[in-house]
Write a protein that binds this ligand. Structure first.
Ligand code: ATP
Length: 192
């Protein structure tokens, strides 16, 4: 569970948002919507603890969150498989973790990309790696900032369906400008 109470954020004299209130339930799917510049990225950064709100509270029942940022933040010289492996915690053998990463990536990327350095991949492929890494990480919530930007329609809907299948009872909160994403997430829209 993540609960936001009376949240306010300003940058200097500029108010980004104020008196923001909502609650995200475990297993819930939520689409964060709002015109450009309304503060979606700032809000996600506040929830992730990367930005400090000026007033209000953010309560999390579990602090382990995973994220996809607007930029991919991949390790460029590593392959998709190795990037995803970096996010997989211990508890399983390396061979098991690798099998998990390969199986997941093979569902959303062409097979011949799995072992290429990420810097050689297209923008859309890199996006899919970033999404896969966040979804496979152990976390209680996955926060994604416009995760489908740069993807064509086919890959967009395939990746979205894959994300929904991989949710595993966690909170899913993603920002998007696309009403079809909101609909696919069950119509739970948080407007900012
Ligand atoms: N570090 C910062 N310093 C000053 N102003 C900032 C900072 N970060 C964001 N802002 C401002 O806060 C406002 C909200 O920005 P934010 O990136 O959160 O919006 P957004 O809704 O995610 O936009 P988009 O849909 O274009 O990604 C903007 O006016 C932006 O210029």
């Amino acid at each position: 569970m993540i609960e936001i109470r009376h949240l306010e954020k300003r940058f200097g004299e500029t108010e980004v948002f104020s008196n923001l209130n909502f609650r995200l339930e475990d297993g819930g799917r939520y689409c964060l919507m709002g015109a450009s510049g309304r503060g979606k990225t700032t809000l996600l950064r506040c929830i992730l603890g990367l930005e400090k709100p000026d007033t209000g509270e953010i309560m999390k029942s579990d602090p382990n969150l995973s994220a996809v940022f607007q930029e991919d933040r991949l390790v460029e010289f590593l392959s998709p498989v190795d990037n995803v492996l970096l996010a997989l915690s211990g508890g399983r053998s390396r061979a098991e973790r690798k099998a998990l990463a390969v199986r997941a990536l093979a569902e959303i990327l062409p097979q011949d990309c799995l072992y290429q350095p990420c810097r050689e991949l297209s923008g859309g492929m890199r996006r899919r790696v970033a999404v896969c890494r966040a979804m496979l990480a152990e976390s209680s919530a996955v926060l994604m900032d416009e995760p489908f930007s740069g993807l064509d329609e086919d890959n967009h809907s395939r990746l979205l369906q894959w994300v929904l299948r991989e949710q595993r009872g966690r909170i899913l909160l993603l920002s998007s400008h696309d009403p079809e994403d909101a609909e696919a997430l069950g119509g739970n829209v948080i407007t900012i």
